[in-house]
Design a protein around this ligand. Structure first.
Ligand SMILES: Nc1ncnc2c1ncn2[C@@H]1O[C@H](COP(=O)(O)OP(=O)(O)O)[C@@H](O)[C@H]1O
Ligand SMILES: Cc1ncc(COP(=O)(O)OP(=O)(O)O)c(N)n1
Length: 266
């Protein structure tokens, strides 16, 4: 006899950040903060800290798919978050893994390209594969401003025009995140209506892992049954607070966001 699950299960398919600020580590913290159980399929291991990325080791495609099926066949998956993909072989493995999940599981993709410290986390050759294989399978894609412009192949676009250009690549919803804008306002688009999601900018905060925290919070609230606009509003608010509370004294570079309020307990 199987028992009904009461805690939503969220799966992150992403890279590991040894410094604990971004990637899988940020995702698990955001899932816990949202009251969900986090599970993982690691795509790459990065030797990374707040200053930079020293090395990247991709995980073999069959091991990525095995992690996804191990989780799905036992715990079940209520929503998926996809982060760092790295190379073409990983993109193809993740696309195949998504097709093995039950229909209707929401998929949130943060199209990670470059770390805040400057390292490339997606090979240039893999951009086309992301556009062809992942964006059409995504419920929501959450690029920051430079990522959205790279996907749209137009460095001049912003606001509604940029959200429209990314939406044309196939996802059901687009959230262009606002961390790289003066106002830190996120822009949500479903192919029909534009909604702006404003929030206070915290210029003195610590923002390493903000994109990961945003997309994971959004996925967790979809797993809890929220609709996309509600989940995107909560993700904007939770991530803004995590940047405000960020652990700016940790490491010599941009400190990690603090979605769990660890700093307040000190
Ligand atoms: N300094 C900041 N103050 C408040 N919110 C922020 C700040 N930086 C980023 N955010 C929020 O964090 C989320 C991630 O945004 P962004 O920084 O654009 O992504 P990334 O980390 O991928 O570059 C968005 O909801 C954005 O509005
Ligand atoms: C392993 C790994 N994945 C993703 C990122 C980028 O994370 P993001 O949340 O966009 O935050 P920044 O690093 O850009 O501040 C990463 N660095 N490492």
């Amino acid at each position: 006899m199987t028992t009904a699950r009461t805690i939503p299960v969220v799966l992150t398919i992403a890279g590991s950040d040894s410094g604990g600020g971004a990637g899988i580590q940020a995702d698990l913290k955001a899932f816990a903060a949202a009251g969900t159980h986090g599970t993982t399929a690691i795509t790459a291991i990065t030797a990374q800290n707040t200053v930079g990325v020293r090395a990247i080791a991709p995980i073999a495609p069959d091991i990525i798919r095995a992690q996804v099926s191990a989780v799905a066949e036992d715990l079940g998956v209520d929503a998926v978050k996809i982060g760092m993909l790295g190379d073409v072989a990983t993109v193809q493995a993740v696309a195949a893994a998504l097709d093995d999940l039950p229909a209707g599981v929401p998929v949130v993709h943060d199209p990670v390209m470059v770390a805040e410290s400057g390292a490339r986390l997606l090979e240039r050759a893999a951009m086309r594969a992301v556009i062809d294989e992942i964006l059409p399978r995504a419920t929501v894609v959450t690029p920051n401003l430079p990522e959205a412009r790279a996907l749209a192949e137009d460095e001049t676009l912003d606001g509604e025009a940029l959200a429209r250009a990314v939406h044309a690549l196939g996802p059901q919803w687009v959230v262009v995140t606002g961390g790289h804008r003066e106002q830190a306002t996120d822009v949500l688009f479903d192919g029909d209506a534009i909604t702006t999601l404003p929030g206070e900018r915290h210029p003195d905060g610590a923002a390493h892992g903000s994109g990961c925290t945003h997309s994971s919070t959004l996925a967790a609230h979809l797993a809890r049954g929220a609709d996309v606009p509600t989940a995107a509003r909560i993700a904007r608010s939770v991530t803004g607070d995590a940047v405000r509370d960020g652990l700016r004294d940790l490491g010599a570079g941009a400190g990690p966001v603090d979605v769990l309020g660890v700093g307040r307990r000190e």
